[in-house]
Write a protein that binds this ligand. Sequence first.
Ligand code: SF4
Length: 353
Amino acid sequence: MGLMMNKVPPPPKHNRYIFLKIKLFLTAVSCGKINVRKLWNVFVCSWAYFFKTKISATSPLVLSLELGNECNAGCLFCRDAKGRIYNINPQHPYIDSISKGRMPVDMALDIIGQLKDDVLIAVLYTNGEPLLYKGLTELVRFSTEHKVMTMISTNGLLLTEDNTRAFLNAGIDLIKIQLGGMTQDVYSVQIRYGDVEKLKNNIRMLARLKKELKSHTVILIDWITYNYNRHQIPLIRQFCRECGLMLSFRQGNPRGGLEDKETPLPTETLPMSCDWLWKGMQVNFDGEVLQCCEGVIWSGCKPYAVWKTGASQLKDIWNGPAAQATRELMKTKGRRSMSICKQCQRTGIAFKW
Ligand code: SF4
């Protein structure tokens, strides 16, 4: 009851993750993952975005890979009870129109290898659970060896002492763990499958191993705020204090059955341009090179190209005719020029919310 009485401020509409960015930057500097060439690439991407040029820098500064889109948690906002991923393109069937698969490890290595000298960070997940991907440690290790930062976002349910040691030793820079309840009844409102006590133990184990191994990895607990879990915010604050972990808040997505009970997400078309087209690149599990990560759950998003391992050159695609045409559309007509962008609430190239 005491907890119910706590006054809890609403989460910011868009979390800008300022402290996380600062911490990650400092971590990257201390690990030698930032150099003049990478900073130059960041500068040129930002310059190209500012002036909305058709050609951006040599390489995106963020590379996002959908390694696989299966998931063990089955969150209501993401997929139905049969695991079918919701399609956010209203022109296509809501379910059964997003295909599933895994990216071959060779493809991921080829892509990271081509951008390694310029790209700042490889984001090794998009929609699926990255801990289900068998080659994850290999990709993190390869990236670390080539001074590319890596991050994953996970539901944390599959963390074990073995895989955690492996990721930390491989040099992963950021692990973000989503959490939306501190007791099983609250956690289960949104997450279909998962034991919150096991998850909390996994997080404690991760925090312990980070200390034991003297790992530089930043661990962020990503509290997804809904009306139904707001009263547990003091509990998660306490938990993160005890484990020595970073905590951030964002608004939850009510799709999948909570629409009548929760604050709807904004739907208006944003008036500003989008950084992604000049700074980030997405590759889907099947090799489709997409304009951004929204494309993996928007069926019919026309790819810039389809990746052929050992033959494709990402830098050519990044500044190729399709990418240039998309930038030009955004520059001249804004987000209204593309139906995928019309509905999109992304600002910057950080996390979606
Ligand atoms: S506005 Fe949204 S959908 Fe369009 S390119 Fe940017 S991130 Fe992608």
